[in-house]
Design a protein around this ligand. Structure first.
Ligand code: HEM
Length: 529
């Protein structure tokens, strides 16, 4: 077992294959034979040419030439660490879920966490204006549970078919290979369900102070399931114990230039100095009947749950150990919302449903079909099924156990006491608006604006003006200004003045209305920009 975990401290033991714990410290070739003069290519005479028989040199290049693996298509730049999650309120959790990990107060589950920016490449600056990803791998006694979150309670879109193209607009222009503000705002202004997340992004929360001073949210509605098959909707919120701290736009700009790895360094140094970062974990729970009558569609990722759904503490999470090897323990980590355990299940949220496919799919490409066998990803409990073979199958391929449901040598089959239900067959109005933009889409942006301090409002305005003001297309600027204005006139007018828009269009988001000669807001499937 390459990793071992101390459940009391959550510490991850060093990789057995690391340099320090390897039995011999002599320099060797790949096949483990001692080797002299690694800094000496075999040549004819003192200058060469080189000899093909210099197997050390060909191995060296064979390895070096393949060092890089594909970076994550999103969230490529990230930092990671290990630690543990500890339950503090099992009696509350047990009312709603059979999750083993939440069943006893004081129970500690080892975790690996990776926190990332979204749009930039692996070498990009940590302090870019961007949402932050926050992925947690829980090594539970009943299998791996990955909870893959962001540092925002909502997302820009609610239809997964938009996701790859939305991401394209955050990446580089196909011709110039530059980040392109016109692409970015063109998309946002044409898809106004993005407003709440866009406003969070352009507040100072878009440039958090490192990775320790921000919260994380599941965003999506998940389901907690009981032994009898009944379920409750649930969202989790990880609240930083370090206090929320953000950079202003000016500070973040300076740090991007002076130390592009600021957040990575800050996390690493905090842990190595013994200032273990912690998060208090809260759950919000909603019965299905309550969800059907709730103001907002609980399957709509662009909307949050308000204070009518109380947050209850369920546990605490601490990061206590830096990786011994970044590549092995962070770059090769594969988090997927499809890695679930009994008692935790997805809801019918279409974005979440799409993610259930996308993560393991990209990981089969990025790391290989057997990425789950890589030590950082491998369950700490035995895996027994009929999957076999594939590239880099390194765990003995499940030995001589039959590779089908054999009558001669049975695998014990887990006896689930309930059948999964089809909870999404609702008729209530609260779940029917996912494919259109209506007036209700402006309520969360308004709530957000109204809860900001004067200073935060001013920073939001100047951050948007600085960015949107560089958009070349007048049409895009006008369209986005009209949206901000529809949230709040003060906000709209201030941005209009800053980005050179003199006349602000007033909007009407009744179902079926057209706007700017496009009927896009009546149904997403007729999008024709
Ligand atoms: C990473 C797809 C929405 C959080 C990724 C990756 C893909 C992806 C392909 C790369 C994974 C890897 O290479 O290991 C999608 C799709 C989405 C979506 C198709 C919507 C349809 C979201 C949302 C959240 C989120 C809504 C947060 C609530 C993350 C995080 C990572 C990630 C935290 C980085 C995981 C890590 O650190 O390895 N996403 N994503 N994504 N995504 Fe998403």
């Amino acid at each position: 077992q390459p990793f071992s975990y101390d459940l009391n401290t959550g510490l991850v033991a060093q990789l057995q294959v690391s340099g320090e714990s390897a039995p011999q410290l002599e320099y060797t070739t790949e096949n483990g034979a001692p080797y002299t003069n690694p800094y000496d290519a075999w040549k004819i005479g003192s200058n060469g040419p080189l000899l093909l028989e210099d197997y050390h040199l060909t191995e060296l290049f064979g390895s070096f030439d393949r060092e890089r693996i594909p970076e994550r298509v999103v969230h490529a730049k990230g930092a990671g660490a290990h630690g543990y999650f500890e339950v503090t309120n099992a009696s509350f959790c047990k009312q709603y879920t059979m999750m083993d990990m939440l069943s006893e107060d004081g129970l500690k589950t080892p975790v690996t966490v990776r926190i990332s920016t979204v749009g930039g490449e692996t070498g990009s600056a940590d302090e870019a204006r961007d949402p932050r990803g926050f992925a947690v791998k829980f090594r539970t006694r009943k299998g791996i549970l990955d909870i893959v979150m962001n540092n925002t309670p909502v997302f820009f879109i609610r239809d997964p078919s938009k996701f790859p193209y939305f991401i394209h607009t955050q990446k580089r222009n196909p011709q110039t290979n530059l980040k392109d503000k016109d692409m970015f705002w063109d998309f946002l202004s044409a898809n106004p369900e993005s407003l709440y997340q866009a406003m969070i992004l352009f507040s100072d929360r878009g440039t958090p102070y490192g990775l320790r001073h921000m919260d994380a949210w599941t965003g999506h509605t998940y389901r907690w399931i009981q032994t009898d098959g009944s379920f409750h909707y649930v969202k989790l919120h990880f609240e930083t114990m370090q206090g929320v701290k953000n950079f202003t736009n000016a500070e973040a700009t300076v740090i991007q230039g002076t130390n592009p790895d600021f957040a990575t360094q800050d996390l690493y140094e905090a842990i190595s100095n013994g200032s273990y970062p912690g998060w208090t974990v809260y759950a919000q729970v909603m019965a299905p009947e309550q969800a059907e009558n709730y103001t907002y569609n609980v399957l709509d990722l662009t909307k949050d749950w308000d204070e009518t759904v109380p947050k209850v503490e369920i546990g605490k999470m601490y990061l206590t150990q830096n990786p011994t090897n970044y590549f092995a323990e962070v770059e090769q980590a594969a988090f997927s919302p499809s890695h679930i355990v009994d008692g935790w299940a997805p809801s019918a949220d279409p974005m979440l449903q799409a993610r259930l496919f996308a993560y393991s799919d990209t990981q089969r490409y990025r790391l290989g079909v057997n990425h789950i066998q890589i030590p950082v990803n491998a369950p700490t409990v035995p895996v027994a099924n009929w999957e076999r073979g594939g590239h880099m199958n390194i765990n003995g391929n499940q030995g001589n156990r039959p590779n089908y449901m054999s009558t001669m040598s049975r695998l014990g089959l887990y006896n689930r006491t309930y059948t999964l239900d089809s909870h999404q067959q609702w008729t209530g109005g609260a779940v029917q608006s996912l494919s259109m933009v209506t007036e209700i889409d402006f309520s969360w942006p308004r709530i957000f604006w109204n809860t900001m301090s004067d200073q935060d409002q001013q920073n939001l305005i100047s951050n948007v003006v600085g960015h949107l003001g560089e958009v070349v297309s007048q049409e895009v600027r006008e369209r986005q200004v009209a949206l901000f204005n529809h949230v709040n006139a003060t906000l709209g007018q201030a941005i209009a003045a800053g980005v050179g828009v003199t006349s602000i269009q007033s909007l009407n988001f009744t179902y079926g209305e057209t706007w700017l000669n496009h009927t896009v807001y009546s149904t997403d499937s007729t999008l024709d920009f």
